[in-house]
Ligand binder design. Structure first.
Ligand code: F6P
Length: 358
């Protein structure tokens, strides 16, 4: 008997179901003595022994379904060693559930925080295989995470729709794109949507440069400007602050997010009307795009292959178009940022896109 525990952890994204389907179909195509324990709401289910027994049938018909059939929750890594309100040691509780159910392995789908905990569980002696999910595409060790391309499609669609109304009204529009501390989604959606200015956390901006671009566009007969801004974008001034000082500044910020601060500054420095659009969680919603369905299926099948070989302790990555296993210890705790020297940035600049830096 092969006994597999499976969970999805952290913020959801498109193609989580497609990836789980890939794992289960891959295993069940080779073995028929499989028991699947689906843990509810990520690590929470593993901690408190909240699971449901699933069969391969439960993973049929879910390729195109958004969200996760298992539910998910955020269980911060830094809180894992802190006992819960009843004094329960969460790490010991997870190990207990694993051993009590005599699991052969855990399949964990998640992003950065999830991988820190997955690596810790692997170091604690559990058999773990992980799959790279997140719209942010910020997971170290893989070129691509599933969810990313679907989010890029949605953010691009938002920019496309804003383009027409921005043009009609000769307005400046700021579209705030998700991505946590990195700018991959904004960069790709910004280029695909023809944004005039793209602001990323990795390239601090100068508000005077942005104001100048808007004025020059107006003077040249282009009275509208589209600015794609990553939620984590930062000004040159703020980038000079120490991490702690910046955090304190953000806590005191009177605006709900970066876009509102930018809008106020632009209105002061130009004669333009500024509007803000925040697509927010729509970027994580709905069906996965075909590309995500394909890579989720691939990483799922590659995970199945490792499980059948009992080769544990890895994340399945997409590297140069191939599925590869990467040791969890190499992935945990590292972020994959946009490289300001990347050719994508240089090519975008050649087409006239400004990153607000000079
Ligand atoms: O990590 C995915 C992500 O959507 C980030 O882009 C965003 O910063 C964060 O999650 C939002 O988290 P929550 O769903 O908890 O509001």
């Amino acid at each position: 008997m092969l006994r597999i525990g499976i969970l999805t952890s952290g913020g959801d994204c498109q193609a989580l179901n497609a990836a789980m389907r890939g794992v289960v179909k891959g295993i069940c195509s080779k073995r028929n003595d499989v028991e699947i324990f689906g843990f509810q709401d990520g690590y929470r289910g593993l901690i408190y022994g909240d699971f449901k027994m699933l069969t391969s049938k439960d993973f049929s018909g879910i390729l195109t379904r958004g969200g996760t059939i298992l539910g998910t929750s955020r269980q911060p890594f830094k809180m894992m060693r802190v006992p819960d309100k009843n004094g329960l040691d969460k790490v010991e509780a997870m190990k207990h559930t694993y051993h009590k159910l005599s699991l052969d392995c855990l399949v964990i789908l998640g992003g950065n925080g999830t991988h820190k905990t997955a690596n810790m569980l692997s170091e604690e002696g559990l058999n773990v295989i992980t799959l790279p999910k997140t719209i942010d595409n910020d997971l170290w060790g893989t070129d691509m995470t599933f969810g990313f391309q679907s989010a890029v499609d949605i953010a691009t669609d938002t920019i496309d729709r804003i383009h027409t109304t921005a043009t009609s009204h000769s307005r400046v529009f700021i579209i705030e794109v998700m991505g946590h501390k990195v700018g991959h989604v904004t960069l790709h959606a910004g280029i695909a949507g023809g944004a005039d200015v793209i602001l990323l956390p990795e390239i601090p901006y100068d508000i005077d440069v942005i104001a100048d671009i808007i004025q020059k566009r107006s003077a040249s007969g282009k009275p509208f400007t589209i600015i794609a801004v990553a939620e984590g974008a930062i000004s040159k001034e703020d980038a000079k602050l120490k991490k702690k000082e910046y955090k304190e500044k953000l806590e005191k910020r009177k605006y709900p997010s970066i876009s509102y601060e930018l809008a106020e500054q632009i209105e002061k420095k130009t004669d333009k009307e500024v509007r803000i659009t925040v697509p927010g969680h729509t970027q994580r919603g709905g069906s996965p795009c075909p590309y995500d369905r394909v890579i989720a299926t691939r990483v799922g099948a590659a995970a199945a292959k490792l499980i059948l070989k009992e080769d544990y302790g890895y994340m399945i990555a997409i590297k140069n178009g191939e599925t590869k296993k990467v040791p969890l210890s190499e992935v945990a705790g590292k972020l994959k940022y946009v490289d300001p020297e990347d050719s994508l940035i240089k090519e975008a600049k050649m087409t006239g896109i400004s990153f607000g830096d000079k």
